[in-house]
Design a protein around this ligand. Structure first.
Ligand SMILES: [Mn+2]
Length: 219
């Protein structure tokens, strides 16, 4: 089998969806799985999702990208201010998953340290992977973190990036559950924690896997 690079949209605590897709994809040591961020919050299984990613490192290469929700979570747990109030943005459900409501110290330190190691972006020969958005004229290494992690496609739809690579992004949930494909930009946050799907995409081949929050696969 060829070496696959597969991107996952915003999991948002939907561990059943994640397990369903991993069961179909069957990752091997040859594969790289890129998680586009916002693995936590909203859904019921954030702790299980993070444990799943840590376990996955034994099977394949795991590349998680930091989303705005992980940024809020880490800042909250460190007692720093957040751009938005994390608990109001799905963080309460994450604390629930650690049985830690009212007790932030219940969040496993191993998980916090893991998340703090997540990166801002990842790139391959033809694609780059980020959480939210980008400035089309700015090289990836010089991008501004608030655009990378926070700016919605509902605010700004950029043009093709100056690198010539195709952007694979999450963050801007597509409430109808369909992938947004502009050719040079593909958004695969298909609203899993709501009424949509968790999407995994292999950009080089266009192969897609999707499951709803109960873990039912889309055929
Ligand atoms: Mn986001």
């Amino acid at each position: 089998m060829h070496k696959r690079v597969i991107a996952f949209g915003d999991v948002h605590g939907c561990v059943r969806s994640l397990r369903a897709l991993l069961g179909e994809i069957q990752p091997t040591q040859q594969d790289t799985l890129v998680f586009l961020g916002d693995c936590v919050d909203h859904g019921p299984g954030s702790r299980e999702v993070i444990s799943e990613l840590i376990g996955l490192k034994e099977k394949c290469c795991v590349v998680p990208i930091l989303g705005n929700h992980e940024e809020m979570m880490v800042r909250f747990l460190e007692g720093r201010t957040q751009a938005d109030d994390w608990l109001q943005c799905g963080g309460k459900e994450t604390l629930d998953s650690y049985e830690g409501v009212g007790h932030p110290e219940a969040v496993w330190s191993e998980h916090v340290e893991f998340i703090k190691g997540w990166r801002d972006f990842f790139e391959t020969n033809h694609h780059f992977f980020i959480h939210a958005n980008y400035d089309e004229e700015v090289p990836l290494l010089a991008q501004c973190w608030d655009v990378f992690r926070w700016q919605s496609l509902r605010e700004v739809v950029p043009g093709p990036h100056c690198s010539g690579k195709t952007a694979i992004v999450g963050h801007s949930s597509q409430k109808k559950g369909e992938i947004l494909d502009l050719g040079y930009l593909v958004c695969i946050d298909t609203y899993c924690h709501g009424t949509g799907w968790l999407t995994a995409l292999e950009p080089e081949t266009g192969e897609i896997w999707q499951a709803d929050r109960e873990g039912r696969l889309r055929k």
